[in-house]
Design a protein around this ligand. Structure first.
Ligand SMILES: Nc1nc2c(c(=O)[nH]1)N[C@H]1C(S)=C(S)[C@@H](COP(=O)(O)O)O[C@H]1N2
Ligand SMILES: [Mo]
Length: 217
């Protein structure tokens, strides 16, 4: 009897991805893609560092995350308060517009969905604008940020998020190119009108969809 090696390998791969499923199965579609590499991307080992070149040092006791704009309940979390919010784990792939991707990253932190619940956006709020401790910025529609896999992460593979990757806390948006995820996030604004961020005003796509190879404006 001949085994169908290819089919078995594929089925094994699927089973392996299942380990990464979040409890409610939100990641399922993404995990079960047989080809996990968006067009024009290649897999890299480890996690390259890419940013404007400044890696701010933010001691935990000085760290604040401010949330405001068109919300009923603006707030500023300090570290202790951030840690008392519900923490979730996310396993996701990460796609950088410069063509590298990393698979099966494990992140843990506070979901953007939870942040929205706390802030209570007003009906006019339709866009999010992120600013950071290195004066970077990026933007997304509120409905994109409300997807279950958008995370304010404080760990990577069970360790505190390294400073060069945006620690203490950075944003991860797995379904968008990596520049949509603000490292060293400092302030999150809810807006009525879209406000393009650093790369969005420098020729990069406003929507940034890896599976559509939507890199440039
Ligand atoms: N604060 C901040 N966040 C940022 C950037 C930056 O320069 N500053 N660069 C973006 C870009 S272009 C990419 S590709 C990713 C890279 O994240 P990494 O260095 O953790 O791989 O961070 C994004 N978030
Ligand atoms: Mo990037």
């Amino acid at each position: 009897m001949e085994f169908n090696e290819k089919l078995i390998a594929k089925k094994e791969e699927w089973a392996k991805y299942k380990r990464g499923l979040t409890e409610d199965g939100v990641m399922q579609d993404h995990r079960q893609r047989i080809d996990r590499l968006p067009p024009g991307q290649r897999v890299t080992k480890g996690w390259p560092v890419l940013d404007l070149g400044v890696h701010p040092t933010i001691p935990l006791e000085q760290w604040r995350l401010k949330v405001g704009g068109l919300v009923e309940a603006p707030f500023a979390w300090d570290w202790e308060t951030f840690m008392t919010q519900p923490q979730i784990q996310l396993v996701a792939d990460f796609h950088c517009v410069t063509t590298w991707s990393t698979f099966d990253n494990i992140w843990e932190g506070v979901s953007f969905h939870h942040l929205i619940q706390v802030a209570k956006p007003r009906p006019e709020a339709r866009f999010i604008y992120f600013t950071t401790y290195d004066n970077y910025s990026t933007n997304l529609p509120l409905e994109v940020c409300d997807e279950a896999d958008v995370l304010l992460t404080r760990t990577w593979k069970g360790q505190p998020l390294p400073r060069e990757h945006g620690g203490p806390v950075r944003v991860i948006v797995p379904k968008r190119y990596a520049w949509k995820g603000a490292k060293w996030v400092r302030e999150i604004l809810f807006l009525e009108h879209d406000r393009p961020g650093y790369w969005e005003v420098r020729g990069y796509s406003n929507t940034a969809l890896p599976w559509e190879e939507d890199r440039y404006a």
